[in-house]
Design a protein around this ligand. Sequence first.
Ligand code: AMP
Length: 197
Amino acid sequence: MDVKTVCVFCGSRPGARPEFLAAARELGEELVRRNLTLIYGGASVGLMGAVADAVLSAGGRAVGVLPFSLQQREIGHQGLHELHLVNSMHERKALMAKRSDAFVALPGGFGTFEELFEIITWGQLGLHAKPIGLLDVGGYFQPLITMVRRGVEDGFIPQAQERPFAVSASASELLDRLQAGPTMQVTEKWLRRTEET
Ligand code: AMP
């Protein structure tokens, strides 16, 4: 599948180190260089706002999806090409997933983890075959990768799914990998493996 839109999951906070904001901006600029549309949570704060601002300043296209209930807390971005206001978190994630051809997680908190893991589980179930990537700024995702490895070692995650995502510290290299094709194994194999165990 040709990647035209990229969903970015990331912190609604900027994080404690300047490299996080710098990476968010670099990702935004790289999306525009590749003529890729940003799909994201619609906030103007934290890394979320930084990615969108970078896309817009570079002349790219940005689409946000924000629940009505978070409009105040995350402050809906006013400069987007499209800002969809929805009724729930579930609607938000469903619309973001539907509009996106690939997914990138930048550093973030529980919201980012939740969005990332949900999209991995949807891939595992065969609900989509879209590539997923982690922008591993300053090694932020290394403990998460270790946790997934532990899940494999202890028999909860099939070996074939040990790396359901591409990982890179460089936005450009990560997008190269996502544009090259899916990062997860096909569903049938996963289902068969679970039936065997
Ligand atoms: P965080 O990484 O915690 O700063 O959150 C990043 C984004 O994820 C924010 O826009 C949160 O509103 C969003 N988020 C948190 N939990 C959920 C959820 N269950 N479904 C959809 N979005 C969520």
